[in-house]
Write a protein that binds this ligand. Structure first.
Ligand code: F6P
Length: 505
């Protein structure tokens, strides 16, 4: 059965035609308790959902859609390690990396792999690791891309200024400029190169790692293999590349690339902030897993956020959604969510390979606040496409000793209200049509209590499960990404000279 055949789908189509749910200002005027009625809490996270195109009837119908899509059954399959990545016949068991699962072998394997990674990170943080000439390692260069870069980089930044003896650098792009910049100030004899790649076939990562190893080799006495670590699910490929077996960290094939920050791929986080911070991150994500598993659907934040995404994409035909973190530490959240959501949900067929007849992933885009207020917010306030926004900020900013943090928080609230209520927030509508901001534009206002590892772990797990919920409603597999293969195959054809010339160049 496709989702469009569910009675809740038809119900929601009818509700979408009714104006009241779209009238955010009217909703507040009619119900003094609206803000508290549509407020949810998950572990330490809070969400004010009252600026959405919803009323009780819409939410009830959305919950019925989740029930009729058998969301509880799919959720339990996800969290118990059933092979729900059906096209690749394996689990998507990232929750097993951060909480207790009832499988002793998996628990032991996860703990062993994690301990090995944390021990490496701690030895580098203590300045105890030496290069092949005996010089202490001062710089660690992490080569990775997509899920092997975005999550680790986001969390590393979110947790604040790195500590420890070793400086952390990242390289992602195959453009040589990226590596050149990453190596500024680094010395070959005191640099450790780390390649993070689940497949160990990713062109950019291998090219950058090779170039970095060549740079190591150019210094007298440096033996590059001794200053090279591989983090991968394909140890044989890493050995073929030149890694020493004792310098390889592994993880299971059921860890998807965009869900891998919780695995040894999170090494940059542990290096920059220490083993305790990494464990705190996992604990936060585990707390959110428990909320997802146990909270009733109506109170379940990832469930309700996922359903709101479906509401806008399928019943209001809104093709994009914006993510605006009001925290410089979360500046990488938008590109991270772009991969999480668009690589997971950008699918045109359902689990059985049948073409779907409705929209799946909207485009996820955005910029950090307040910076984005001076660029993309014009579109949000006066453009012709209403765009749901996720405002994400930190509650501690509201009463911070720092005036700029208080301003950051106030700006986020001001923008959410301006979008929801338009000119009426200023007391009168603009007379000049060029100045009219109509309002009625939906948003979620999500806050973390702080930037502790726990809170950051909760936030990322929240969005993982939100994405999963949408995959369930749409009946698609959110855990594969075959669409990225075509470009890789065509590149191989071009490099081998067998590609057909279809366009001018
Ligand atoms: O090309 C897309 C992709 O496969 C992502 O899914 C993945 O996160 C990224 O490339 C990196 O892959 P790997 O970790 O295998 O190098």
């Amino acid at each position: 059965m496709t989702p469009t055949e569910l009675t809740a789908w038809t119900e929601l189509q009818q509700l979408a035609q009714s104006a009241p749910a779209r009238d955010i200002a009217g909703g507040f005027a009619a119900d003094a308790a609206r803000a508290s009625k549509f407020a949810l809490e998950a572990a330490g996270l809070q969400a004010n959902l009252s600026r959405n195109w919803i009323d009780g009837a819409v939410l009830d119908a959305l919950i019925r859609l989740a029930e009729q899509s058998q969301l509880p059954r799919w959720r339990s399959a996800l969290l118990t390690g059933a092979p729900i990545n059906n096209t690749e016949q394996r689990p998507a068991w990232h929750s097993a990396l951060r909480g207790s699962v009832g499988d002793a072998q998996v628990t032991r394997q996860v703990a062993d792999e994690r301990d090995k990674m944390l021990a490496l990170a701690e030895s580098l943080r203590a300045g105890a690791r030496r290069g092949s000439t005996g010089a202490p390692i001062e710089t660690v260069l992490c080569c990775g891309i997509g899920g092997s870069d975005l999550g680790p980089r986001l969390v590393t930044e979110a947790l604040g200024t790195p500590t420890g003896a070793a400086r952390l650098r990242f390289v992602t792009n195959i453009d040589p400029v990226d590596l050149e910049q990453a190596l500024i100030g680094a010395r070959s004899e005191s640099t450790l190169v780390v390649a993070i790649s689940k497949s160990f076939t990713t062109l950019e990562t291998l090219q950058n790692a090779r170039a970095a190893l060549d740079w190591l080799a150019s210094a007298p006495g440096v033996r590059p293999a001794q200053q090279f670590v591989a983090i991968t699910n394909q140890p044989a490929k890493a050995i073929g590349f030149g890694a020493l077996p004792e310098n390889i960290l592994t993880f299971a094939d059921w860890v998807g690339g965009r869900y891998s920050v919780w695995s040894p791929c999170g090494f940059p986080v542990a290096l920059a902030h220490g083993a305790a911070a990494f464990r705190g991150l996992l604990a936060g994500a585990a707390a959110l897993d428990r909320h997802f598993a146990e909270a009733p659907l109506t109170q379940n934040l990832p469930v309700v956020l996922g359903l709101l995404g479906v509401w806008y994409a399928n019943f209001h035909a809104l093709p994009t959604r914006a993510v605006i973190p009001y925290a410089q530490r979360l500046a990488k959240l938008t590109p991270y969510l772009q991969q999480l959501e668009m690589e997971s949900l950008g699918k045109r067929v359902d689990r059985d390979g049948q073409a779907v007849s409705f929209a799946t992933s909207p485009v996820t885009w955005g910029d950090v606040g307040t910076t984005g207020q001076h660029s993309v917010f014009q579109f949000l306030h006066q453009g012709t496409q209403p765009t749901p926004v996720d405002f994400i900020t930190c509650r501690a900013f509201e009463h911070s000793a720092s005036e700029r943090e208080r301003l950051l928080y106030s700006n986020a609230l001001a923008q959410a209200d301006a979008l929801a209520f338009g000119d009426s927030v200023l007391g009168s509508a603009a007379a000049n049509p060029h100045q009219v901001c109509p309002g009625g534009r939906p948003s979620n206002f999500i806050t973390l209590p702080d930037f502790s590892p726990q809170s950051v772990g909760e936030l990322l797990a929240l969005y993982e499960h939100r994405t999963f919920v949408q995959g369930v409603i749409w009946g698609i597999n959110p855990f594969d990404q075959f669409g990225v293969e075509i470009g890789k195959k065509l590149l191989a054809q071009r490099l081998s000279g067998t590609a057909a010339k279809r366009s001018g160049n």
